[in-house]
Design a protein around this ligand. Structure first.
Ligand SMILES: [Zn+2]
Length: 269
């Protein structure tokens, strides 16, 4: 007799160059976060014998929604996504706002919706509070954050602060494997930070072994991700040294970090 799985399983489905589509699965039922490519998801469903009940969208970029229409047509899955981007995302069936809950009964989980504008203005994240799983799209990356295509530094800083407030053991399922290039940047910002150097070595070994660096944890990001540490005096000093300008507040530190990262050419990937 098959026993009920006590928890949901989360699996990375790699797509394109460096995207991760996150497959949530329990007892034959599944949900997918940000299906940029339908074929990757269809193959996983078939090989695992899963029924897709839900599609969760974080924001409107093509590498996150490209497979939405085909998968919805193929499976009849309910499609959840941000109300604020519903004009840009065709096929949403449930429109979400900050504070909403998504109850996936077949998977036995409920996810809290957090508005996290910055990368895009309507970007949302999904947080599962029992197992403590965070699906944050292109907002928070391991060692970094998304580019500010639509929002301001202050908006993104606030969004990241909300994510940093989640429990420390929350698993951070971001949508890209950008970790080594992020750490390459951090190493230039804080060359004397032993914790960063130690973690960089560990992460490089993981990648060399062909393994994902995602998920990380909120505690790890709080400790080492400079975009969550823009209030730290050492980062203000580092940004002043790099830019030659005094930093009036943490928003200026954040903005300086983001600008420098935008122009950073990693020595490693
Ligand atoms: Zn994006």
């Amino acid at each position: 007799m098959k026993t009920m799985a006590p928890m949901i399983t989360v699996t990375a489905l790699p797509a394109f160059t460096d995207n991760y589509l996150w497959l949530l699965e329990r007892d034959g039922h599944a949900a997918i976060v940000d299906p940029g490519d339908a074929s990757v998801v269809s193959q996983a469903l078939a090989s695992r014998g899963l029924v897709l009940d839900a599609i969760l969208i974080t924001h409107h970029h093509p590498d996150h929604i490209g497979g939405l229409a085909a998968l919805a047509a193929e499976t009849g899955a309910v499609v959840y996504g941000p109300r604020a981007e519903s004009a840009k995302i065709k096929g949403l069936t449930v429109l979400l706002d900050d504070g909403d809950q998504v109850s996936l009964r077949s998977l036995g989980v409920s996810l809290n919706v957090l508005a996290v504008p910055g990368h895009t203005l309507g970007h949302i994240a999904y947080f599962e509070p029992t197992q403590r799983l965070l699906f944050c799209g292109d907002t928070l990356f391991i060692g970094g954050c998304g580019r500010l295509f639509e929002g301001t530094p202050a908006q993104m800083q606030h969004s990241l602060a909300r994510l940093a407030d989640l429990p420390g053991d929350t698993a951070v399922y971001c949508a890209h494997e950008y970790t080594l290039s992020n750490y390459d940047f951090i190493a230039t910002v804080e060359p004397d930070n032993a914790s960063v150097a130690h973690e960089f070595t560990r992460l490089q070994a993981l990648r060399a072994a062909g393994r994902a660096t995602v998920p990380g944890t909120i505690a790890g990001e709080r400790a080492r991700n400079p975009f969550l540490r823009s209030s730290a005096p050492e980062l203000a000093a580092a940004m002043t040294a790099r830019t030659g300008q005094a930093m009036a507040d943490s928003v200026e530190v954040f903005a300086a970090l983001r600008r420098l990262k935008d122009g950073h050419v990693p020595r490693i990937r």
